[in-house]
Design a protein around this ligand. Structure first.
Ligand code: IMP
Length: 195
């Protein structure tokens, strides 16, 4: 199955492709804008963007909307992560957390899928810690300052894509999508036999 990904972020494409190919899905970057409604809910943003993209393109597609929720900042930047990254960036977040001992944070990912006749949303989290300083050259966004709790202390930016996919919010949601697609496809193939 081929699925379009509505994003301009090639890192998201790489991470998701690697997971989804294990489920027989070939992911490609869909050339249509990700139109985001303003909301505090990643699900509302992802689903809204997926529906808009589907109404323009009419091809099976997914949208990934994600954010970093920092405990000591009561969930900030959350759904505003993209804007906060572009404005104050990694250094700005480290400044806000200077001298703060509670470094806990979680990435949340929502993947909204429109695969006719289905529409489905998947949520997943990766929790860990904000480091004292940036480490690593890989990945994107807040990867250099986030170390997952299931890992060995390295940040996402110090890991290969395969390693990041072991722990990341996005890869967890993608595996749920993969399992669901496999089941949904099986059901349809099965039911078509009785038509
Ligand atoms: P969006 O999902 O494209 O709206 O962007 C979410 C923002 O959250 C990105 O610009 C990043 O700053 C941040 N973000 C989301 N997922 C990740 C990740 O896996 N690593 C690092 N930063 C991320």
């Amino acid at each position: 199955m081929r699925l379009g990904l509505v994003t301009g972020n090639r890192h998201k494409l790489e991470e998701l492709s690697l997971v989804l190919r294990d489920y027989g899905v070939e992911l490609y970057m869909l050339d249509t804008p990700k139109i985001e409604v303003q909301s505090n809910s990643l699900e509302v943003i992802a689903l809204g963007a997926a529906r808009k993209a589907y109404s323009r393109t009419r091809v099976p597609l997914i949208v990934d909307d994600s954010g970093l929720f920092i405990e000591a900042l009561r969930g900030f930047p959350g759904p505003y992560s993209s804007y906060v990254y572009k404005t104050i960036g990694v250094e700005g977040i480290l400044r806000l957390l200077r001298g703060v001992p509670d470094r806990r944070a979680c990435f949340h990912a929502v993947i909204a899928a429109i695969v006719p006749p289905y529409e489905k949303v998947f949520h997943a989290r990766s929790c860990g810690f904000i480091t004292e300083s940036p480490r690593g050259a890989g990945g994107f966004g807040f990867d250099p300052i986030f170390a997952p709790e299931e890992g060995d202390g390295r940040t996402f930016a110090e890991m290969s894509i395969e390693e990041k996919n072991r722990y990341s919010h996005r890869a967890k949601a993608a595996r749920m999508l993969g399992v669901w697609l496999r089941e949904a496809f099986k059901r349809r193939v099965g039911s078509s036999k009785h038509l």
